[in-house]
Design a protein around this ligand. Structure first.
Ligand SMILES: NC(=O)c1ccc[n+]([C@@H]2O[C@H](COP(=O)([O-])OP(=O)(O)OC[C@H]3O[C@@H](n4cnc5c(N)ncnc54)[C@H](OP(=O)(O)O)[C@@H]3O)[C@@H](O)[C@H]2O)c1
Length: 251
């Protein structure tokens, strides 16, 4: 059972497909779902269809790498959430361009960092006024008040990149997520006093365009574990790196 009482709004980036889309789907099937809901960049027809049949879903066009697009999205979301502010921002959008030591290029490194690392920081900065608005109206820490969830990856763990776990040669993706983890921790330091929870979250290895067909889990399995974890986040998780099963991961 998911407890969404008091969480009125969730913004998920990259919800046109994969894990972001499944989050929207499963959030809609919970009885206590947020009243004003998920907003995302999208040309995704499935998301558009969900929005048509569920008025609480708002689809917002958003390219996370464009300041103009991000600022337009902030205005649009502001007009939807009003004085309540935004309770939960999930920075989910990302890319994974496979490259090993032989094939990695400067362009691939920069493009990956732009979307996976720099964008979540600047999207968060842009939405801070709305997150602060919500934070000012609650107490404690969690998505009932104000939270930034950065969807990271276990592949961003420096400590675990060894032996079997070192097998996936992803020279751009892995460090983009390690750096996202550091950004999450820095945000946690800066936003703690304002009561805004910041967490890095690993959703598991999942069969999506990004995760590939050989992955362990379906999107349904991943998100049915991820959502209760997100709902249960409290001050004890602030600044941490959590897995889809609730375990804490090493940096
Ligand atoms: N799948 C896994 O095994 C796995 C494991 C660990 C972590 N993760 C993380 O989980 C998150 C979701 O991954 P996924 O597997 O669902 O990936 P996915 O199926 O490839 O979906 C990626 C999403 O990101 C969006 N996106 C990409 N560039 C964007 C941009 N510039 N602006 C806005 N949106 C953009 C895509 O939108 P378009 O459709 O418009 O391109 C799409 O909606 C990512 O952060 C990923 O790193 C996934």
């Amino acid at each position: 059972m998911l407890n969404f009482s008091k969480c009125h709004s969730i913004l998920i980036t990259g919800a046109s497909r994969g894990l972001g889309l499944e989050m929207v789907r499963q959030l809609l099937s919970t009885p206590e779902r947020p009243k004003k809901n998920h907003r995302n960049r999208c040309r995704g027809t499935e998301l558009q269809a969900l929005a048509k049949s569920h008025p609480e879903v708002h689809v917002v066009t958003l390219d996370v790498t464009s300041d103009v697009s991000v600022n337009d999205a902030v205005q649009e979301v502001k007009s939807i959430v009003g004085a309540d502010g935004l309770n939960c921002l999930i920075n989910n959008a990302a890319i994974n361009i496979h490259c090993d030591l032989d094939t990695v290029t400067r362009d691939v490194m920069m493009k990956t960092y732009e979307i996976n690392t720099v964008a979540p920081l600047f999207v968060t900065k842009a939405f801070l006024p709305l997150l602060r608005e919500a934070a000012g109206q609650g107490s404690g820490m969690g998505i009932h008040r104000s939270a930034v969830i950065n969807v990271s990856s276990i592949l961003g763990s420096v400590q675990l990149n060894w032996g079997e776990m070192g097998a996936p040669k992803l020279y751009a993706y892995r460090p983009s997520k390690s750096a996202l983890n550091m950004i999450t921790r820095s945000l946690a330091v800066d936003l703690e006093a304002e009561g805004i929870l910041c967490v890095a979250l690993h959703p598991g290895w999942v069969r999506t365009d990004l995760g590939g067909a050989d992955a362990d889990m379906s999107v349904e399995e991943s998100i049915s574990s991820v959502l209760p974890v997100i709902c249960g986040l409290t001050e004890k998780d602030h600044g941490g790196f959590v897995s889809y099963n609730g375990e804490t991961l090493p940096w």
